[in-house]
Design a protein. Structure first.
Length: 211
């Protein structure tokens, strides 16, 4: 199963990914945790290019292509081999982030992103996507507490409003695979709302192991 985790800045993805991975491991499901942009040495180098500060502004198309360059490397080097072995993959962000940030945030056309998605991923799409959703004021103040902000985290509030709205639109459009969690709640409540989603994954594991 290919599971992706999405959401704006400071919504608590990392803590909850560790929680989900633990719960799946307890159920004897072998899963790897990885992230985008990044996930292989070369893809992590591309991440550095994307997130570090520089004097030269990165053009929107360059940013988009670097996201997909990193993704192509990650798919070939990590995601496809893991899925081929029968392992589950939990990926911290994937192409929905490109629709939300480069599409919703930067204003690049959905058609352009869809073309690259098809070209780079062919048939590969997530089976389940968990969206951690919170008002941007909540997420931004948590992200600020983590320390220095990276190039994208320093965008204006309007950028993150557009990112959030795009995520919510994607969750509605792909309601078959999206599960939305209210990330503005306490950690205990967020983890409680993850329970039915984790139960659904474990059920899928049993179904898939029988076929
Ligand atoms: P992270 O902070 O969740 O690791 O994500 C790194 C940043 O990269 C985050 O600000 C979101 C951004 N991003 C995009 O803009 N487009 C993408 O396709 C991905 C995967 C991430």
């Amino acid at each position: 199963m290919f599971i992706t985790i999405e959401g704006g800045e400071g919504v608590g993805k990392s803590t909850n990914i560790a929680y989900i991975a633990d719960q799946l491991s307890d159920a004897n499901i072998t899963c790897i945790v990885t992230r985008e942009p990044g996930g292989t040495p070369l893809a992590e180098d591309i991440r550095q290019l994307l997130l570090s500060d520089r004097d030269e502004a990165i053009a929107d198309n360059t940013e988009l292509l670097l996201m997909f360059a990193s993704r192509a490397q990650h798919i070939a080097g990590v995601i496809e081999p893991a899925l081929a072995r029968g392992d589950w993959v939990i990926c911290d962000r994937f192409t929905d982030a490109t629709y939300a940030y480069q599409g919703g945030g930067r204003g690049l056309s959905e058609a352009k992103i869809a073309n690259l998605e098809q070209w780079v991923q062919e048939d590969l799409r997530p089976d389940i996507t968990i969206l951690f959703d919170a008002p941007i004021t909540v997420g931004m103040s948590r992200a600020g507490q983590r320390g220095e902000l990276d190039r994208i985290e320093r965008e204006r509030a309007a950028f993150f409003e557009n990112v959030r709205n795009c995520y919510l639109m994607l969750a509605e459009r792909h309601s078959d695979r999206f599960r939305t969690v209210d990330a503005s709640e306490t950690l205990g409540r967020v983890q409680a709302s993850l329970q039915p989603i984790i139960a659904e994954m474990k059920h899928q594991f049993l179904v898939r192991s029988k076929t």
